[in-house]
Design a protein around this ligand. Structure first.
Ligand SMILES: [Zn+2]
Length: 456
């Protein structure tokens, strides 16, 4: 039999094993894995790794925050993701006061569907104004939003009683709650105290959001989820305090997972001390912390205390970041950093190449576990019948990150001049080559909204 496409002679890396084989693709799916397969079209992957497409379950594309909107839209953001080997992302929905949750889902899809170049899903945000709408949660789940975002910070934060109600509603449909865990009351007090005393530079951003209170909020929401009996995923873990809360819950048999992001794995808190707008660029929440935290995060990925790496990609331009510097108020700097393109290679280069992770752990953390966690039931692994979302990865290529090299729609990168080893040579989305040798050859709108769920 001759298949549509065969990727030949590659070394296949999955979350569990590594082996040499050909992969045959028929239509949009993996049809066979074996030796000596032939296709109408063949790609030679000798000397390359063949992995599942990477899955990033935490991105913010064209997301309005206050007076700004994150600068990557669903086209530029998913195209940059594809260059970096990511073939599925999960973004967010925030319901407007005059909408039902299903109407908000339809509106977000109307924005994304014509633009996305890779498949995507959406988390439904449940803010304080949504507590009166929790009866809509089953319909939202049925519509393919299997996961729900809960904030413990910002204007969308839920109080503990609201967390209890939201977790119960999500648990009733077997959905996945994903949580931004920080202690907002303490943060507000520390921000006000710092500003009152003239401590207005980005240096005081991390000092106003202590690691201790990130751990406290994480422990609190884990305990509330335990009371209700739901599972839980903790977003953007930055420090050992939080890792320990998650590890302790897992040791008790609780279904709790955690993620971290490249900014916490590659950068340190000193970045906030750079002069002028440079110190504002790394502002994100929770903040980037000291070297000991970075070391703890790598250790946790290696020993299984943390499960996945996402990006929390949320770019704002240099000029937008600068507004907080001009206002003399670090708390007015729009929070968020870009990273959607470099994540997969960053974890390979800084994890696998430094001997901190195995290549199988790399694929588990960036592809397989995020797909399973988010309910992408045919993605994140190389198996017959799965979507042919694949990356042909060159482990020897050396790249130097810069805004010229990257394809994100933003005029800076935290990683300017950072050298990494490895880069995707070819990215396939459902059997179609969409990036090849540094060229984008996909189509705007070819990505699909994927209904995510977790069985009964
Ligand atoms: Zn986020």
């Amino acid at each position: 039999m001759s298949y549509d496409l065969v990727i030949k002679n590659g070394r296949i890396i999955t979350a569990h094993t590594s082996y040499n084989a050909d992969i045959a693709i028929q239509g949009e799916q993996i049809a066979a894995i074996g030796q000596g397969l032939s296709g109408q079209r063949e790609i030679d992957a000798s000397g390359k790794l063949v992995t599942p497409g990477a899955v990033d379950i935490h991105v913010h594309l064209e997301m309005p925050i206050g007076k700004f909107t994150s600068s990557d839209d669903f086209f530029t953001g998913t195209r940059a993701a594809a260059f970096g080997g990511t073939t599925a992302v999960v973004d967010f929905i925030e319901r407007q006061p005059d909408e039902t949750m299903l109407e908000a889902l339809a509106a977000r899809r109307a924005l994304a569907d014509p633009k996305v170049v890779i498949d995507y899903g959406l988390h439904m945000t449940i803010g304080p104004n949504d507590i009166a709408h929790l009866d809509e949660v089953p319909a939202v789940y049925e519509a393919g939003c299997g996961s729900f975002k809960l904030y413990m910070a910002y204007g969308l934060r839920l109080t503990d009683d609201q967390l209890l109600q939201a977790l119960k509603a999500i648990g009733d449909v077997n959905g996945l709650p994903v949580v931004h865990a920080e202690n907002w009351d303490v943060i507000c007090a520390l921000v006000a105290e710092n500003l009152r005393n003239g401590r207005t530079t980005p240096h005081y951003h991390p000092l106003s959001r202590p690691a201790l209170m990130e751990g406290e909020a994480t422990g609190r929401v884990i305990d509330i989820a335990t009371l209700v009996g739901t599972r839980l995923h903790i977003f953007h873990v930055t420090c050992d305090n939080t890792v320990q809360r998650i590890a302790a819950a897992r040791a008790r048999g609780r279904s709790v997972t955690g993620e971290t992001c490249p900014q916490y794995l590659l950068m340190t808190q000193e970045a906030y001390d750079r002069p002028g707008v440079e110190g504002a660029l790394p502002v994100c929440a929770p903040p980037i912390r000291y070297q000991d935290s970075q070391d703890a995060l790598w250790r946790a990925l290696g020993n299984g205390d943390l499960q996945i790496v996402t990006t929390d990609h949320c770019p704002f331009t240099r000029a937008e970041k600068e507004t907080g510097i001009r206002a003399n108020d670090f708390s007015q700097i729009p929070g968020g950093v870009p990273g959607i393109e470099m994540r997969y290679t960053a974890v390979y280069s800084q994890g696998v190449k430094r001997g901190l992770l195995t290549e199988n752990q790399w694929v588990a953390a960036c592809c397989t576990t995020p797909a399973q966690l988010a309910g992408f039931n045919r993605k994140g692994d190389i198996l017959v019948g799965y979507d042919a979302d694949l990356v042909i990865f060159d482990p020897d290529k050396e790249v130097t990150l810069s805004t010229d090299f990257l394809h994100e729609n933003v005029d800076w990168t935290l990683y300017d001049g950072v050298q990494l080893q490895g880069w995707p040579k070819t990215t396939l989305s459902r059997g179609r080559v969409i990036v090849d040798d540094g060229e984008f050859v996909g189509e705007r709108g070819d990505g699909r909204f994927i209904k995510r769920g977790f069985g009964d």
